[in-house]
Design a protein around this ligand. Structure first.
Ligand code: PLP
Length: 359
């Protein structure tokens, strides 16, 4: 592999280990389906790691991503954003391939729209807001949720699978104990909704509970109270998860390899060709109050892995295509223009989306 510009590399051994660990917890949890989110990697190669581990159901975040993975042999797919009515044509094209498609709704209007405009049957999940306040019906508005469930039941093409939530507020937790609390609260709120709905659905089957974000799914040992879990980021992890205390540095399985294009010994700075368009503008704040846009490590010669992150060395600022690395005199002495450095990303889903080559 010859690298000449910002390029995503993946340590597949670590990714497979991350998948294996999550699978093990799922198998200990009894009857829980693992439906990993594929937006993190968007890669057929990493998809194969999941397939080899026995996964058959996946989550994606757009109709086009669903079409990409349907073309790669995945036929049980949840598009985990609320339905975009403007893409009804693309959804019908996808359904024409006879895949098992799961869509998200949070209003009777959307249920009615889908019943009228879809050409094939689909499974629907009602999106519930358990505290993130992004989308979904608030978990305690039970009658509103029931009205949507009844509208689905009355429709001929639509099948209610259950209720689905994403506790993205786990990313704002102040401790790992807090992350576990978010899990407990999510599951108890979702089961309160399920217990309200099920007896009122006149025997039309089980109302499943689908949850899943990397912080909570990494911190708990079992997935009690859920029928399905959908974490995605855990396959690569990243510096944000490291700062949250959710993973160790050695679990991070993706890095952006970037060429050094300038060195400034007078201010202990290196500049890489690798900026916001490659890494994303996400940052974390380190113990000294500095913004960190990525940690720095040395890639292996084969680019299949990298070493430990270099002490006191991090991407401190980004412009569109430049990254400014603050480092030590000692490390700076060892680096020359034209060398390649591995940037451990702050948010691997965004970096993989920007740099990953589909396929
Ligand atoms: N489910 C939904 C609806 C999401 O939006 C996301 C991520 O944004 C996930 C699952 C996966 O969560 P994570 O990225 O924390 O693994």
């Amino acid at each position: 592999m010859k690298i000449t510009k910002p390029t995503l590399i993946v340590d597949e051994k670590k990714a497979a280990e991350n998948i294996g660990k999550m699978m093990e917890k799922i198998s200990l949890s009894g009857n829980v389906r693992f439906r990993p989110h594929f937006k993190t990697h968007q890669s057929t190669r990493i998809g194969k790691l999941f397939r080899d581990a026995g996964i058959t159901a996946i989550t994606v975040s757009s109709v086009s991503m669903a079409a990409f993975f349907a073309g790669n042999g995945w036929n049980d797919i949840t598009i985990a954003v609320l339905v975009n009515p403007l893409e009804i044509g693309a959804m019908n094209e996808l359904l024409a391939r006879k895949i098992n498609l799961n869509l998200l709704v949070d209003s009777t209007e959307m249920v009615n729209f889908l019943e009228e405009r879809l050409e094939y049957p689909v499974h629907l999940w009602i999106k519930i807001d358990t505290g993130y306040h992004r989308t979904g019906i608030e978990w305690n508005r039970e009658n509103e949720i029931l009205r949507v469930a009844e509208a689905i039941n009355d429709a001929s093409k639509l099948q209610l699978s259950g209720i689905l939530t994403h506790s993205g507020h786990s990313y704002h937790a102040v401790s790992t104990a807090h992350i576990k609390t978010v899990y407990g609260e999510t599951v108890s709120r979702m089961n309160a909704v399920r217990n309200f709905l099920e007896p009122r659905m006149k025997g039309s089957g089980e109302v499943e509970v689908s949850i899943g974000d990397t912080p909570t799914c990494s911190m708990v040992d079992r997935f009690d109270g859920a029928a399905e879990v959908r974490p995605g980021n855990f396959v690569y992890y990243d510096v944000m998860q490291l700062m949250l205390g959710v993973c160790l540095e050695e679990n991070i399985a993706a890095a952006a390899v970037c060429p050094v294009i300038a060195r400034y010994p007078q201010r202990n700075e290196l500049v890489i060709y690798g900026g916001a368009v490659h890494l994303s503008k996400e940052f974390v704040t380190n113990r000294d109050g500095n913004k960190v846009f990525g940690l720095i490590a040395l890639p292996d010669p084969t680019f299949s892995s990298w070493g430990r992150s270099i002490e006191n060395t991090f991407v401190a600022a980004l412009s569109q295509e430049h990254g400014i690395i603050k480092t030590t005199a000692d490390f700076l002495k060892k680096v020359k223009v034209g060398d390649l450095l591995a940037v451990l990303p702050v948010h691997s889903c965004l970096t993989a989306n920007l740099l990953g080559e589909r396929g």
